[in-house]
Design a protein around this ligand. Structure first.
Ligand code: RIB
Length: 292
């Protein structure tokens, strides 16, 4: 069993479904409201655990009702929460999601996730040292991503960086990460106007551009490869990227080839969109293997 350490956000998703997305200054009537666990870090931790990895989460929640529910959900999914601390006087992170017209729009309020600082992560250095792969995203402070990239380099532990949501990254972080998985929009921010083809060529076998239904692209040192995704009936795309990243981390940590790992990740992500909620459709290992 591979050991995956996830450093990132844990939030509660407050999800409204509606036939119509309201414009600025407009009020529309919604159909339903649900509260479900989310946050990119937590989603990736849960997805990796369902796919058979031994998963350790490093994060923070608020000392509130949502924080307790988030911790309970981690435990129910077999994620180790020894390094997830409830922070007093700060609310848990929340994501305010509208599902309308076949897609989502999300506003994230980081709350306790801003307490995942370099000093906080440093306390778990010995755990990080034992990881087969570290997974990180960008709903935590920028300096933490910078610090973790340095730490993983120092400890010689592979780091998979999911640069979501988009923000510019230092050259240092890009160089230190072993794998980076932007979507097209994030790639434009990351590589500052560089054409995708050129960015991929600059980082062979390291940058994987995700293109939703179209699959994932990378440069193998000789040519560009596209690993196609799968066609499914979509219920909710929230968390598909997180499932992709977790599955990719698990497969690469297990020593699968890049192409095989991307196929595994695409399959897991395609299954995840067939049910409601970021974690609702995340498949377990046998479901992915049976459908590959
Ligand atoms: O990637 C999906 C996640 O992004 C949601 O669960 C929500 O919490 C937002 O952070």
């Amino acid at each position: 069993m591979v050991k995956i350490v996830v450093i990132g956000s844990s939030s509660m998703d407050l999800v409204v479904t509606s036939d119509q997305r309201p414009g600025a200054g407009e009020t529309v009537l919604g159909r339903s409201f649900k509260t479900v666990p989310g946050g990119k870090g937590a989603n990736q931790a849960v997805a990796a655990a369902r796919l058979g990895a031994e998963v350790y989460m490093i994060g923070c929640v608020g000392d509130d009702h949502y924080g307790a529910a988030i911790l309970k959900n981690f435990k129910q999914n077999g994620v180790d929460v020894t390094n997830v601390e409830p922070v007093t006087d700060t609310e848990s992170g929340t994501a305010h999601i509208i599902l309308a017209e076949g897609d989502n729009s999300i506003v994230v309020v980081k709350g306790a996730n801003d307490h995942v600082t370099p000093d906080y992560v440093k306390k778990s250095k010995s755990l990080i040292k034992q990881a087969n792969m570290v997974l990180i995203q960008q709903e935590i402070p920028e300096e933490t991503v910078e610090y973790v990239s340095e730490l993983c380099k120092e400890l010689n532990v592979p780091l998979l960086l999911n640069p979501a949501p988009a923000r510019p990254l230092s050259k240092n972080v890009i160089e230190n990460a072993s794998y980076i998985t932007p979507n097209e929009h994030e790639a434009a921010v990351l590589f500052d106007g560089l054409a995708i083809e050129s960015a991929l060529k600059q980082y062979p076998n390291k940058v994987f551009i995700t293109e939703g239904k179209a699959g994932a692209r990378y440069f193998n040192g000789e040519k560009e490869i596209t690993v196609p995704s799968y066609t499914v009936e979509v219920t909710d795309t929230t968390g598909a990227g997180d499932t992709f990243n977790a599955a990719l981390a698990v497969a690469l940590a297990e020593g699968k080839s890049i192409t095989e790992s991307l196929q595994f990740a695409n399959r897991a992500a395609s299954l995840s969109v067939t049910k409601f909620g970021a974690q609702g459709g995340m498949p377990n290992r046998s479901e992915v293997e049976a459908s590959l």
